[in-house]
Design a protein around this ligand. Structure first.
Ligand code: PLP
Length: 287
């Protein structure tokens, strides 16, 4: 397996970074998770835009133009002869001294990993997932902008651990005002009386690429979609609930805090959106 490491392709066994890299020391950096469907790097442009925006927000200079990084990503997939894959792009602040100050880091580190994808089990789409609301709160947007996909994922890791402890599949995260934000690595949608709702990202959610694709697709198919704040209660009494993400695609939620959602089975609108989504995965992107 070939890994791209700042200017060269190296074997997986040699793909190592410095212990002085501030990505390692402090989680100082940004990343993207991207999927390849039948050789199509899905929504690559959108992922690159988000990566560059995240980097700009934390004053991290990506040492490439977008077009160059696009070519590197496509080449990484090609070199590994992958048709269906998961890609991880990481830009870290690079190696510096032990102080927090990033000015000692002169070379941001760029890593691209592409590997065969471990798909979510098919049964999970058929039965749907269970959520539990967690006590950890999403970072306040005025502290760390939720739109920045930074390497600092402790918040999300903590909520994932809480979900594991509760014996469910995924966490339902809220912000410090109690508004629902997202899961540990997925955006959330609810459907009530035919209207599809998802929280505005300023409440504390990543602006998911899948989220945006679903908003567009749903509107195209004639559904009403609103970005609107809602609470746990609204999730409990929704007709349908689903999560979106690069890994999860579109996955139905059938239980939240031990309350059955709808009739406890994946809903019709969710299934419709998943099938429409899968139609664009092989065409919308870069080959
Ligand atoms: N929210 C968080 C915190 C994430 O890490 C992710 C995964 O990337 C998502 C939502 C879903 O975003 P996307 O659809 O771009 O994968």
């Amino acid at each position: 397996q070939w890994i791209y490491m700042s200017g060269e392709f190296v074997d997986k066994s040699e793909a190592v970074v410095s212990v002085y890299d501030h990505g390692f020391l402090y989680g100082d950096g940004v990343f993207e998770g991207i999927r390849v469907y039948e050789g199509n790097v899905f929504k690559l442009e959108e992922h690159l835009n988000r990566l560059f925006d995240s980097a700009k927000s934390i004053m991290l200079q990506v040492p490439y133009e977008k077009e160059e990084l696009e070519e590197i990503i496509v080449e990484t997939v090609r070199r590994n002869q992958l048709e269906t894959a998961y890609i991880r792009v990481v830009v870290s602040r690079g190696a510096g001294n032990l102080g927090l100050d990033p000015s000692s880091c002169s070379n941001p580190r760029v890593v691209v990993i592409a590997e065969a994808l471990a798909l979510f089990p098919k049964e999970l789409y058929e039965r749907g997932v269970r959520l539990a609301s967690v006590s950890s709160r999403r970072n306040r947007p005025d502290v760390l902008p939720p739109q920045v996909k930074s390497l600092n994922y402790l918040n999300n890791i903590l909520v994932k651990m809480e979900a594991n402890q509760a014996g469910v599949d995924e966490a339902l995260m809220m912000n410090d005002q109690g508004y629902v934000t997202e899961g540990s690595a997925d955006n959330i949608f609810i459907i009530k009386n035919g209207t599809i709702l998802t929280p505005p990202t300023y409440l504390g959610a990543l602006e998911g690429i899948t989220r945006n694709a679903i908003i567009d697709l749903a509107r195209e198919k004639g559904y009403e979609v609103k970005e609107q704040p809602f609470t746990r209660h609204d999730v409990y009494v929704a007709d349908e609930v689903f999560l979106t993400g690069t890994a999860a695609e579109v996955i139905a939620v059938v239980e939240v805090d031990q309350r059955e959602v709808g009739d406890g089975k994946p809903g019709a609108v969710t299934s419709h959106l998943l099938s429409e989504f899968r139609k664009i995965t092989t065409t919308d992107g870069v080959k």
